[in-house]
Design a protein around this ligand. Structure first.
Ligand code: ZN
Length: 203
């Protein structure tokens, strides 16, 4: 999946799990953490393969444990958002080293990135995430000077890089408008958050 798909589904799965667990979630953080496994795109020069060890449940669990110990149930929606990246998005579209460090084999359904199933899933995720954002009242949180919205600057940077620098595989034309909408949303929210932090207008 591309940035939009990972972020949209990360928010959907994370937000709904938070609802199920009756725990509050910070929307910009759900969006941001959903893309974290793809940090490996920048680690190629250090010998780390894309969808390799950083896409393994073992690695993500090791990173999640300290947060689980400190924040307990409240950390779960974010962990769900990170794990859906490898167990939903990258499992259906492509494949990852799911059993690393025990095996370096790639597991997944290997549907083509940018193919019809991928485009459909990204579109459904995009529409559903925007609907939930307004339906569950999270849009109010995202479009405010709340400090956590600064995390949307990171989301905006990820989208910008994936569209304009083609990290991984260039985004197909049909998905560019979706990335553009998320980019505008991330920029507005992120800069509003920054404004709040700088001028201390947090509630
Ligand atoms: Zn990935």
């Amino acid at each position: 999946m591309y940035a939009v798909g990972h972020m949209a589904w990360g928010y959907i799965f994370g937000r709904l799990s938070g609802k199920g667990l009756k725990t509050k979630t910070i929307t910009p953080l759900l969006f941001a953490v959903s893309t974290l496994p793809d940090v490996d795109l920048f680690l190629k020069p250090y010998g780390i393969v894309h969808r390799g060890p950083l896409h393994a449940p073992f690695t993500l669990l090791c990173f999640s444990l300290p947060f689980l110990m400190v924040y307990q149930r409240r950390a779960l929606p974010y962990i769900v958002s990170v794990f859906q990246h490898i167990l939903f998005g990258d499992f259906i579209i492509a494949s990852s080293m799911l059993l690393w460090p025990f095996s370096s084999r790639f597991y997944g359904l290997r549907f083509r990135l940018g193919g019809s199933l991928d485009v459909t899933l990204e579109l459904v995720g995009f529409v559903l995430s925007l609907w939930l954002l307004f339906r569950l009242g999270d849009a109010r949180q995202v479009f405010s000077s709340e400090k956590w919205n600064v995390a949307m600057v990171f989301c905006g940077a990820v989208i910008f890089l994936s569209v304009f620098y083609g990290i991984g595989i260039p985004v197909p034309l049909v998905l560019v408008p979706l990335h553009f909408v998320f980019l505008v949303l991330a920029a507005v929210s992120g800069f509003w958050g920054l404004y709040g932090v700088i001028f201390r207008r947090n509630k």
